[in-house]
Design a protein around this ligand. Structure first.
Ligand SMILES: [Ca+2]
Ligand SMILES: [Ca+2]
Ligand SMILES: [Zn+2]
Ligand SMILES: [Zn+2]
Length: 420
């Protein structure tokens, strides 16, 4: 017997063939969610321990992102005591929902259609909770499949679709970062296409983020950020108030802890405005008020901090990043941006220019920005982020997205946590 991803029986719907016997691409179920913001709760993990649960959270969030990126749906992890629209859990044998699991092999998971949406994973399977090559059942790709059912989709017969019913077919795509055209067509047939950027922007463009609270030790770095940058060590750092976080690499477990800025960068005050590491000198620049600090890794270069007066740079910049094929340092403030030359320490002639004329779809009054190791540039504001691809020269249609879900390695997965 072929191992099936899930116990969902297509013959009930008979939806994969139309009346003329032609094979349909995807199939849809009769029900859909009546709202576009969905809350979910991860109840447990295979062995029910904290580190493992954190991995499950990240892996499920990665699977959810596939569907969210292709649709107007957004997902938030429900906080304790908060009502969830659907739950995700690991459970074995008969668990009183009329669809008992069958021990190892056979069926791996099942999910209920809206307005239920619950996803159950057979805990008699051995689960791979992160990307790895092993005979374990791949949680990411199976979660992606089951979430399709949770959102109202049936199975597909199209090669490459995550909604194919057999495990060996979807396993070929276990590293997928984007849904297939068939899955995308299916989810958009139910919920419509991605919202245009304007859909999100109405009030965001007007709003300025409040400065970060620096007195309490925060539990999450999910925003608002003071600054975000890649260090010379190619790690990603987030700053907020007196604290910084180093974002998790893929194989790390546990939530990153907030650490004191002054311990890592002696002499640097908290509440920085912006930070960026030079592509050429690997020095990290920190901007605050009318001063500029330059660090060689964690050592302050002599003669720094310096005043930015006379350089053409604005006081209190919003954000800084490295940009374009020439890897220029770009500084943002309000509605404008400047290109800054670290060798002459002067702003290039002709600047500032207006953000909206060159960075279509990117909001004014940013919180932070960075070019990440995937070469893609991200802008952050008010708990949302925008993705900006060099070759498109405009933000993708499905942005902005909430920071908390997609940058969850930063420790935040719930909307309420960013305090906006
Ligand atoms: Ca099973
Ligand atoms: Ca900032
Ligand atoms: Zn299925
Ligand atoms: Zn069940």
């Amino acid at each position: 017997m072929d191992d099936l991803v899930c116990g969902f029986d297509d013959s009930v719907l008979d939806a994969t063939h139309d009346s003329n016997g032609r094979v349909k691409r995807y199939s849809l179920y009769a029900s859909k969610w009546k709202k576009k913001h969905l809350y979910y709760r991860i109840v447990n993990s295979p062995h029910d321990n904290e580190a493992e649960k954190y991995r499950v959270q990240n892996t499920v969030a990665r699977a959810i992102k596939l569907w969210s990126d292709a649709s107007p749906l957004t997902f938030y992890e429900a906080k304790d005591g908060q009502k969830a629209d659907f739950v995700v859990k690991f459970i074995k044998g008969d668990h009183n929902d009329g669809y008992p699991f069958d021990g190892e092999g056979g069926i791996y998971a099942h999910a209920f259609f809206p307005q239920d949406g619950d996803v159950h994973f057979d805990n008699d399977e051995i689960w791979a909770l992160k990307q790895e090559n092993s005979p374990k059942k791949d949680l990411f790709i199976i979660a992606a499949h089951e979430l399709g059912h949770s959102l109202g989709l049936g199975h597909s017969k199209v090669d490459g679709a995550v909604m194919r019913p057999k495990y060996r077919d979807i396993m070929k795509h276990k590293d997928m970062e984007k849904l297939s055209a068939d899955d995308t067509a299916a989810i958009q047939a139910v919920y419509g296409p991605c919202p245009k950027v304007e859909y999100w922007l109405k009030d965001l463009l007007k709003r300025r983020t409040k400065p970060a609270i620096s007195k309490r030790r925060p539990s999450t770095c999910s925003g608002p950020f003071d600054a975000m940058f890649m260090g010379a060590d190619m790690r990603t750092y987030v700053m907020r108030g007196r604290y910084y976080w180093r974002l998790n690499e893929e194989k790390m477990i546990g939530r990153p802890q907030p650490l004191l800025i002054k311990h890592r960068w002696p002499g640097l005050p908290g509440n920085v405005n912006a930070a960026v590491t030079s592509y050429y000198t690997k020095r990290t620049y920190f901007f605050k008020g009318d001063r500029l600090w330059r660090y060689n890794n964690n050592i302050l270069d002599s003669s720094f901090p310096i005043k930015t007066k006379g350089t053409g740079l604005p006081k209190n910049p919003d954000a800084a990043l490295v940009w374009g094929p020439k890897n220029r340092i770009v500084i943002f403030r309000g509605k404008k941006f400047w290109v800054w030359n670290e060798f002459t320490r002067k702003v290039d002639p002709g600047f500032p220019k207006l953000i909206r004329k060159y960075w279509h779809g990117v909001p004014n009054h940013l919180d932070a920005a960075l070019r990440w190791k995937n070469g893609i540039t991200y802008f952050f504001k008010s708990g949302y982020y925008w993705k900006f691809e060099d070759d498109f020269e405009k933000t993708a249609k499905c942005y902005p997205r909430p920071v908390a879900l997609y940058w969850s390695s930063c420790g935040g997965t719930s909307l309420e946590r960013y305090g906006t």
